[in-house]
Design a protein around this ligand. Structure first.
Ligand SMILES: *Cc1c(COP(=O)(O)O)cnc(C)c1O
Length: 373
C-alpha cells in the first residue's frame, strides 16, 4: 500500500470537470493577469476570514515580503519570529532589510512561546522590535489573545503567517482576523491549494491594503506611472479560477481532515507517542498531524519503507540553518532544538479512506513496537 503525505491526484479527481471548465474559461477569455477572477477570489476570501481587504499575490512568500515592505521597516529594525517554522517566514524579514529575532516555541502547541516574546519586548532588543510574526503552525492557531495584548502594550505590529491554517479559528473568529495583516499561501499542498504558486495578504487597514496592491504590481498608479518601487508579485487568473472552484470545498475538506485526525487520536491514544494538543476554544485544521516519539528516525524510515509518506516539518530550525547560523551561533532554543529530533508528520488529507488510516496506524504501531525499549 502507498499512502502519500498529501494526495493531490485524489482531490483532483473529485473536482476535475469543474476545474477544467474554470481553466478553459480563462483560456477562452485570454485575460491572464489581474482580471475579474482574481478580484472575485480576493473578495470571497477576505469575507471568509472576516476582514475588509484581500490582496492576491503570487505566493505565500510574496505575501510575507510585501506585507513587511508595506510597514516600511528600516535597517536594523527587528522582527520577532518563531525558530520552528518554514524558512519563508524569516526570509521575508531578511529580504526587506530587517533582522529576525528567533524565539522558542511552546512544546505542546509548537507555536511561538508568548513568555519569550514578552521577555524580548521588555529588554533592550525590544526597543528595536517593530513587529511580531505569529505562525499558526500545522493548522493550530497561535495564542492570539496573548499576542494581540502584547502587541498593543508594547506598540508593535502583529502579523499572522496563516499559510498552514486556512479556516482555523479561535473563539469562533478566523485566523487572519487578529493581526494588523495576515498572510496566506495557496501552495498546492496547503489546505486550500492552487495549481501552481499563489498567496494572499488580508487586512482591515485601507492604507496598507492600497500600498500592498501597489507593491505587488510595480508600484503602479497608472500603466506607466509608478509611485513606489514595487515588484511583480501578482496572482494570475488561472490560479484564481482554480481557487474559486476549490474555495467552495475548503470547510468540507477541513472537516474531513478533522475526521482523519480524530481517528488517529482515538487509535493512538495508548501508543507511546505524544499526540497533537488542541487548546480549548481553538479550531485546528490539521494541515499536518504531528506526533512526537523516541527513536523518531528509525520509525520514520520504517514508515517510508512501507510506503507511507510520513515526514518531518521541519528538521532544521531556522537559527541552525546554514543561511542564518553565522549570525546565531550561540543561540539555544531548548524546546525547538529538542522537538526537531522527535516530531513526525503522518499523512493527512481529506480523501484518506478508513483503510488508509488503519494502515498508517497499524504500521506505526508495528514500528513503535520494534523500537521500544
Ligand atoms: C508554505 C508556507 C509559506 C510560504 O508559502 P509559499 O506559497 O510556498 O511561498 C510560508 N510560511 C509557512 C508557515 C508555510 O507553511
Amino acid at each position: 500500500m502507498k499512502i502519500p503525505l498529501v494526495d493531490l491526484k485524489a482531490q483532483y479527481r473529485t473536482i476535475k470537470s469543474e476545474v477544467q471548465n474554470a481553466i478553459g474559461a480563462v483560456l477562452e477569455d485570454c485575460t491572464f493577469i489581474s482580471s475579474k477572477r482574481v478580484e472575485e477570489f480576493e473578495h470571497g476570501f477576505a469575507k471568509y476570514v472576516g476582514v475588509k481587504h484581500g490582496i492576491a499575490v503570487s505566493s505565500g512568500t510574496a505575501a510575507l515580503e510585501i506585507s513587511l515592505r508595506s510597514l516600511k521597516l528600516e535597517r536594523d529594525d527587528a522582527v520577532i519570529v518563531p525558530a520552528h517554522t518554514f524558512i519563508a517566514t524569516a526570509e521575508a524579514i531578511t529580504l526587506c532589510g530587517a533582522r529576525p529575532v528567533f524565539v522558542d516555541v511552546d512544546e505542546r502547541t509548537y507555536n511561538i512561546d508568548v513568555n519569550q516574546v514578552e521577555n524580548i519586548l521588555r529588554n533592550s532588543v525590544g526597543k528595536r522590535v517593530k513587529a511580531i510574526i505569529a505562525v499558526h503552525l500545522y493548522g493550530h492557531p497561535a495564542d492570539m489573545q496573548a499576542l494581540t495584548a502584547l502587541a498593543d502594550r508594547y506598540g508593535v505590529i502583529l502579523i499572522e503567517d496563516a499559510a498552514q491554517a486556512h479556516g482555523a479559528q479561535v473563539g469562533g473568529r478566523s485566523v487572519g482576523a487578529f493581526g494588523k495583516m495576515a498572510c496566506f499561501s495557496f501552495f498546492p499542498g496547503k489546505n486550500l491549494g492552487a495549481y501552481g504558486d499563489a498567496g494572499m495578504i488580508v487586512t482591515n487597514d485601507a492604507d496598507l491594503a492600497a500600498l500592498c496592491k501597489m507593491l505587488r504590481n510595480h508600484g503602479r498608479i497608472d500603466k506607466y506611472e509608478h509611485a513606489v518601487t514595487g515588484t511583480n508579485a501578482r496572482m494570475d487568473e488561472i490560479q484564481a479560477a482554480v481557487l474559486n472552484v476549490k474555495f467552495k470545498y475548503l470547510n468540507q475538506w477541513n472537516e474531513a481532515r478533522n475526521r482523519v485526525a480524530e481517528i488517529y487520536t482515538r487509535k493512538l491514544v495508548n501508543a507511546p507517542v505524544i499526540l497533537p494538543t488542541v487548546l480549548p476554544d481553538h479550531h485546528h485544521v490539521y494541515h499536518l498531524y504531528v506526533i512526537k516519539m523516541k527513536h523518531r528516525n528509525a520509525v520514520l524510515k520504517f514508515l517510508n519503507e512501507r510506503g507511507i509518506g510520513a515526514g518531518i516539518h521541519y528538521p532544521i530550525p531556522l537559527h541552525r540553518q546554514p543561511a542564518y547560523v553565522g549570525q546565531f551561533k550561540d543561540l539555544e532554543l531548548p524546546n525547538t532544538d529538542r522537538l526537531v529530533n522527535e516530531i513526525l508528520s503522518l499523512p493527512v488529507f481529506p480523501e484518506m479512506t478508513a483503510e488508509d488510516i488503519d494502515y498508517v496506524v497499524e504500521t506505526l504501531k508495528e514500528g513503535l513496537e520494534r523500537w521500544s525499549e
